[in-house]
Design a protein around this ligand. Structure first.
Ligand code: SAH
Length: 405
């Protein structure tokens, strides 16, 4: 989430640089900031954070076109709907839980956070206490012993649903039923509990096996009027409030007429495609994660969206096959992970030659790299719209509208 970049912004929070700086009003500083490192903009007023992101985008992207003013968040706190806590013990044998210190596996025992959902944070504290009461063995990364490794919580912004995922090192979980019963008794807002088994010595949080202990095993949430099912492993934007603004702006920039065939590439659980579906003739969504694809298909059915086809495939290879079969499309919405797109994908755009490409990116650097290819070959950049999806961190989301020359 915290796509880091080497902009001056990343260093801007250092006290030395801030000395003498005039600030609009004092900004909050999280007590864990020094060790956590998750929020690069600690102590910087929100308006100033936006100015810095704007400056960075301008520096990186203005050679392609003018950069519109970044869309900020009205209440830039506790927006993160996916909250992770690694569990361990300190040298006094106390249970600690929180995020990892930057570039390390040392746990920052943080009880408060400016950006994480407060209900999720409170549930993690209850789990910490219950783990002690029940004598649940905490995983020790150094020698691979113990059971409880991580807690991952997903919360639905509109639905209020809360999914708790307990990541265990083995299927052995003494007093499991009692533990979960007590957890739900103390936190009745929890709607589902999933046990995930991760027995590998890996930095990945989730393992391959999981089963539902309580509730449905997923959460639902509503974005732009459409309700989605979100499984534990499916990607879902961490800031639902800003995601609605992001999608609305992206669709506005595409200036759709209603007759288009649209590709929604890197589609996750289908949120962009289904939001666009009401504005076009047909949507083709493509996504590699099979859990997300299953969610997307269910979501389309549950919302009675019939003009969308959802494929489990590599987006680039899928589009290359479309081009080879002389199929066409009018607009491509693409929303790749931080690594951006690959050559196969970019070349397939240049074969399909849609009249517009709406590139949504969470990493300005890979966006700039990919724009260089598209702008050099066939497209002009018609609009660049940054959106602040990640207040307090250096992350920036950007929508770019490309039009065929
Ligand atoms: N558009 C969605 C998801 C964006 S995140 C949303 O707004 O919620 C990027 C997604 O791309 C993830 O779901 C990831 O699984 C998927 N992905 C990564 N590489 C891919 C590839 N080569 N082809 C298709 N999908 C890919």
């Amino acid at each position: 989430m915290t796509s880091s970049h080497n902009s001056p912004c990343n260093r801007a929070h250092s006290p030395a640089q801030n000395r003498g700086r005039k600030q609009a009003k004092p900004a909050e500083v999280c007590p864990h900031a020094a060790r956590c490192g998750g929020c690069a903009y600690q102590g910087i007023a929100y308006k100033e954070q936006l100015d810095k992101k704007q400056e960075y985008e301008q520096k990186l992207l203005s050679s392609y076109g003018s950069v519109s003013r970044i869309i900020g968040m009205d209440k830039p706190y506790h927006y993160r709907n996916k909250v992770h806590a690694a569990f361990g013990r300190d040298r006094y044998n106390n249970i600690i839980c929180g995020s990892y210190e930057e570039s390390s596996h040392r746990i920052v025992d943080n009880t408060a956070c400016l950006i994480e959902d407060t209900r999720a944070k409170a549930i993690i504290e209850v789990i910490r206490r219950l783990a002690g009461d029940f004598g649940l063995k905490i995983y020790d990364e150094r020698n691979g012993t113990g059971l409880l490794r991580h807690v991952l919580i997903r919360t639905g912004h509109k639905s209020g649903q809360i999914l708790v995922i307990l990541v265990m090192a083995s299927t052995f979980f003494p007093s499991k039923k009692n533990f979960i019963r007590e957890l739900i008794r103390e936190c009745p807002e929890i709607t589902s509990v999933v046990i995930n088994i991760n027995n590998r010595r890996t930095s990945m949080i989730l393992g391959d096996r999981q089963y539902t202990e309580y509730g449905s095993g997923y959460i639902e949430d509503t974005l732009c009027g459409i309700t989605y099912r979100i499984s534990p492993k499916s990607f879902y934007q961490v800031n639902a409030v800003q995601t609605e603004l992001l999608y609305t702006k992206a669709i506005e920039l595409a200036r759709l007429t209603g007759s288009e065939t649209v590709i929604d590439a890197y589609s996750g659980i289908g949120t962009i495609g289904m939001t666009v579906a009401g504005h076009v003739r047909k949507v083709i969504s493509v996504e590699t994660n099979t859990d997300a694809v299953k969610d997307a298909r269910r979501n389309a059915k549950a919302n009675n969206i019939s003009n969308i086809d959802i494929y489990a495939d590599d987006a680039g290879r899928f589009m290359r096959r479309m081009a080879d079969n002389n199929e066409t499309c009018d607009v491509i919405f693409m929303d790749p992970p931080r690594a951006g797109s690959d050559k196969v994908f970019l070349n397939s755009i240049l074969k399909l030659m849609p009249s517009k490409v709406i590139y949504i990116s969470c990493c300005p650097e890979t966006l700039a790299r990919d724009l260089a290819v598209l702008a050099r070959r066939a497209y002009r950049v018609a609009a660049i719209q940054p959106v602040d999806m990640f207040p307090w961190t250096s992350g920036i989301e950007t929508i770019v509208c490309l039009e065929r020359r």
